[in-house]
Design a protein around this ligand. Structure first.
Ligand SMILES: Cc1ncc(COP(=O)(O)O)c(C=O)c1O
Length: 423
């Protein structure tokens, strides 16, 4: 359907890029120029996005790490936001709120075990910060252990729990943080002590290139945390909301963490929303002073119906079945691709549709982003492991589109193989 646009395509691609370089980020423009990705996001619908000029059209296999789990501008989510705007605004974060209460109650129903309380935020980093604050306050201990190569955002405590390269330029490091290898029980055993407030892991570390941990890993982590009186915080900002074929990625491992953090996809791609969800006993942290942690826009009332709709859609059994079926299709397709491109393709790291294309060399990830772009796919490489290209299509894709994605990956790998002299 043709319609007049007030917001997209008002400037040419070149003018947009030039203005962006002058007023937003010259570094990003230099980066994308060097990467050969000449693109400014324009129209977006379902699994697709287009350049501001209308061409090219890309299949979104980045999805901002899960923001677009339901595709772009899912019609039901758009409708809920439009309706919500007729009656609500952000609300007052100091007051009792019907909308925040309804959303938190729904999360309590869907979360594993006795995770029945939620504090809302705007970003994933903010929600991780709060999880660490809860753990430190509850235990009265300072230390936080997280994974080397893991990523939890760029805010204060989340940044401190991430890799040094993201914090090095920004002054003195926060004390009390230690990083250990992921999926390494012995390292955790050694690192845990009576001063440890929390152990913080992504269920599958996305920025580290989607290494899927051994099935026994999280049960052992749970045991060790219990033994040492430390809280287990699981970052489900990317793995939550259906991405892995279950509503929460941690369900694959059969344990209940103390705190689960979600963000990205909870927004429906339309209204920012993150959540720190914790077991009932930790609510005591906020008893003496319930205003000790505040977020003006956290859980903005106008966004709560959007997040509720997202929860309804992503917990739907048909959607989860689709993720499992598409995941099986990708697994099978990649086995064939691996035979054809054995020189360059190491394999597919996969938990449902949380997928990483593992390749042979460090240069492969950046090259894949460029070549995939030329073949109509938006895919980024894992920043903390550039051998891996992230493959995160929307969860709503069908069989035909999954096959089309694999065909484009196939042709991209063929080009990469030629560049590396193998094909
Ligand atoms: C696993 C994980 N945790 C936390 C964050 C931080 O989220 P935000 O950018 O909304 O602060 C991200 C962002 O990419 C993430 O991938």
């Amino acid at each position: 359907m043709e319609r007049d646009s007030h917001y997209i395509g008002q400037s040419s691609r070149a003018a947009t890029i030039e203005r962006f370089a002058r007023h937003v980020s010259s570094g990003k423009v230099d980066f994308f120029r060097a990467a050969g990705i000449d693109f400014a996001m324009g129209r977006r619908e379902g699994p697709f996005l287009w350049d501001v000029t209308g061409d090219p059209r890309l299949i979104d296999c980045h999805c901002n790490g899960g923001v677009f789990n339901l595709g772009h501008r899912h019609p039901e989510v758009v409708r809920v936001l439009l309706d919500s705007l007729q009656e609500l605004d952000v609300g007052n974060h100091h007051l009792i709120s019907e909308q925040r209460a309804a959303l938190a109650a729904k999360l309590a129903e869907l979360m594993p075990g006795d995770i029945t309380y939620t504090v809302f935020g705007v970003s994933g980093g903010e929600a991780i910060d709060l999880a660490i604050k809860v753990a430190r306050s509850y235990t009265g201990r300072p230390r936080v252990i997280s994974a080397r190569g893991g990523y939890h955002g760029h805010t204060g405590l989340a940044l401190a729990a991430g890799d040094e390269k993201y914090r090095a330029p920004f002054g003195p490091l926060s004390p009390g943080f230690a990083q250990i290898p992921f999926d390494d029980v012995a390292a955790l055993e050694e690192a845990l002590d009576g001063e440890t407030a929390a152990v913080l892991f992504e269920t599958v570390p996305a920025t580290y290139g989607m290494p899927v941990p051994d099935r026994g890993f999280f049960p052992r982590v749970r045991e060790l945390c219990d033994r040492h009186g430390a809280l287990l915080i699981v970052d489900e900002v990317q793995t939550g909301l259906g991405r892995t074929g279950k509503l929460w990625g941690i369900e694959h491992f059969g344990i209940v963490p103390d705190i689960i953090v979600i963000g990205k996809g909870l927004s429906g791609g339309l209204y920012p929303m993150s959540a720190t969800c914790f077991r009932a006993k930790y609510e005591s942290v906020f008893q003496p002073d319930p205003f000790i942690h505040i977020s003006t826009f956290g859980g903005a009332e106008v966004g709560c119906p959007v997040a509720l709709k997202v929860l309804e859609l992503t917990s739907d059994q048909d959607l989860l079945r689709n993720v499992q079926e598409m995941a099986a299709l990708f697994a099978e397709g990649f086995r064939a691709l691996q035979e054809r491109h054995a020189e360059i393709l190491v394999g597919l790291r996969q938990l449902g549709m949380m997928m990483g294309i593992e390749m042979a060399h460090e240069q492969c990830g950046p090259l894949f982003s460029k070549v995939a772009f030329e073949h109509g796919l938006l895919s980024v490489y894992a920043n903390n492991n550039p051998r891996v290209a992230q493959l995160l299509p929307p969860l709503i894709i069908d069989r035909a589109l999954a096959l089309e994605i694999m065909d484009r990956v196939d042709r991209s790998l063929q080009v990469i193989k030629t560049i590396f002299g193998g094909g």
